[in-house]
Design a protein around this ligand. Structure first.
Ligand code: FPP
Length: 289
């Protein structure tokens, strides 16, 4: 795939859409999520089901990260947000946490080429100062190198918690009030958004969760208000192109309703009036009273 110049030194733009990507989008009737967010779950289960150590699932999970990031960019997603490490994940055994941090650095080093080839800008959200210094450095370097890219934004949520994000935003706002830069009455939904980790995050149109759990797990609580939620039984290391396309098809089918009826649904005929019969007689009774 040939990167297109994004204008700045070495910066790249989005990849030219392949005929397959265009055909797939067309098959969705043009209904496509601009922003997809994913709760990548089931790495440990995936490994343990095969009699392997849990961290092997995380390693395979990085392959899914690369695959889905590339496919999302190729399909023309504007934004992909991945829940890579929650604040709760610090409670895991030291070895697992350390391996996840090393995998993050490895991923950032190895995938810079993929990010540049696809015009992707990397952004990290969360309490990044909790991360080991070497991981923070790798993040900073990758964010700087990709800052001028004009294609999809890949957001990695790291040491992230939705409640913490809102609390941190309120703390920053309060500091600005104390310093006289803001007035308390200025707080509203749009102002609060300016104080979130990345104000540009925007609301996800679709949140995908792998490995079957039906929970948000403290992910993008503020931004998720109107997101469609899609859960698959597949564990994250098994989540590749076919599974991603299935999620996008499900999203398109839901959105195509637009508050109306699905094509092919039978509209009620006038004879359904009879279900209002009891209400009609009480209305008549009220009028007569
Ligand atoms: C959940 O699986 C997954 C995580 C806690 C971490 C996700 C990390 C990766 C996909 C790899 C590293 C990411 C990047 C961006 C380099 P789990 O361990 O909770 O699975 P389980 O519920 O089966 O135990």
């Amino acid at each position: 795939m040939s990167p297109r110049s994004g204008g700045q030194d070495g910066a790249t733009g989005p990849p030219a859409p392949t005929p397959e990507a265009l055909a797939f989008r067309e098959s969705l009737g043009g209904v496509f999520p601009d922003h997809v967010a994913i709760i990548m779950d089931g790495n440990g289960r995936w490994a343990q089901e095969r009699g392997w150590v849990r961290v092997r699932g995380h390693k395979e999970g990085t392959e899914s990260v690369r695959a889905i990031t590339t496919i999302a960019a190729e399909l023309g997603c504007k934004s992909l947000t991945l829940y890579a490490f929650s604040r709760e994940n610090w409670k895991r055994p030291d070895f697992e946490v350390a391996t996840l941090m090393r995998l993050l650095r490895l991923y950032l080093r190895r995938e810079l080429r993929t990010l540049m080839d696809n015009g992707i800008r990397l952004v990290a959200i969360g309490r990044l100062s909790d991360l080991p210094e070497y991981a923070q450095r790798a993040l900073r370097e990758t964010m700087e190198r990709t800052a001028g890219n004009t294609g999809m934004v890949l957001r990695l949520a790291l040491s992230y918690g939705g409640r913490t994000e809102v609390a941190d935003a309120l703390r920053s706002f309060s500091e600005d009030v104390a310093a006289g830069r803001r007035r308390p009455e200025e707080i509203d939904e749009e102002t609060l958004r300016e104080y979130l980790y990345d104000p540009g995050t925007g609301d996800p149109d679709l949140i995908i969760r792998t490995a079957g759990e039906m929970r948000l797990s403290n992910f993008l609580l503020w931004q998720a208000s109107y997101a469609e939620f899609y859960v698959t039984e597949d564990c994250w290391p098994d989540f590749r192109r076919p599974q991603f396309e299935e999620a996008l098809r499900a999203f398109a089918a839901r959105k195509q309703k637009y508050g109306g009826l699905l094509p092919g649904a039978l509209a009620d005929s006038e004879s359904a009036e009879e279900i209002l019969e009891p209400e009609r007689s009480s209305e008549a009774g009220e009028r007569g009273a």
